[in-house]
Design a protein around this ligand. Sequence first.
Ligand code: BGC
Length: 243
Amino acid sequence: MNILGIDIGGSALKGAPVNIKTGQLLAERHRISTPDVLTPKAMAAAVNKLARHFKWKGPIGVGFPGVIHDNVILTSANLHKDFIGCDAGKLFGKATGLPVSLVNDADAAGVAEVKFGAGKGIGGTILLLTFGTGVGSALFVDGRLYPNSEFGHLQIKHKSAEHFVSAAAKERDELSYKKWAHKVSDYLNQLENVLWPKLIIVGGGISADHDKWFKYLKVRTPVVAASFLNEAGIVGAALAVKK
Ligand code: BGC
């Protein structure tokens, strides 16, 4: 079965049709930049534009950077606050005329990596973290997802950890890879001390540059880059659609 996977991020929406049996993209991914913070209504129009780009007629899975309960968005740390309380399944469904399911964006990336990527066949506890505009997390035990884990919002100096360790924070504070990786190490140490994962998978755009910063990490847990790199969110959003 093929499902259109869409990954909503802080600066763009990206999507592609996905073969959910193999995890492969069936067409080149399409990206719509969102330099302005979009309202839910404007985002629905953008989702429809993506669906129309692929002349899509089937189900759609959308990854969104917030807590999701039954297609309702409960938090929106880095996107428009009007998303809070919004049933985006209904809103995007109405805009596209197609069935739409929502999932947290990092949970989506994790599902793709555990099923087809860096976490495939590994039992026990696996933690996936995405470093982008925010920091997303997905926690798995024996392949089963604990949804909406939100470890990007662990508190450091009375602020969310993502304020210090996201890729956006690295850019904002003009940190070298080395300096930023030291901050990321402290953060990972906190997580590994309470969760004791067997493996940490790192996703988000900056995972493509892993050769520039993994070498500076001081952690006991093996850390690997997501094998789908930045496409895990699209694949996982499609996989998360309930058949
Ligand atoms: C959100 C998470 C999301 C992460 C990465 C955080 O600010 O709260 O839900 O997974 O950013 O996009």
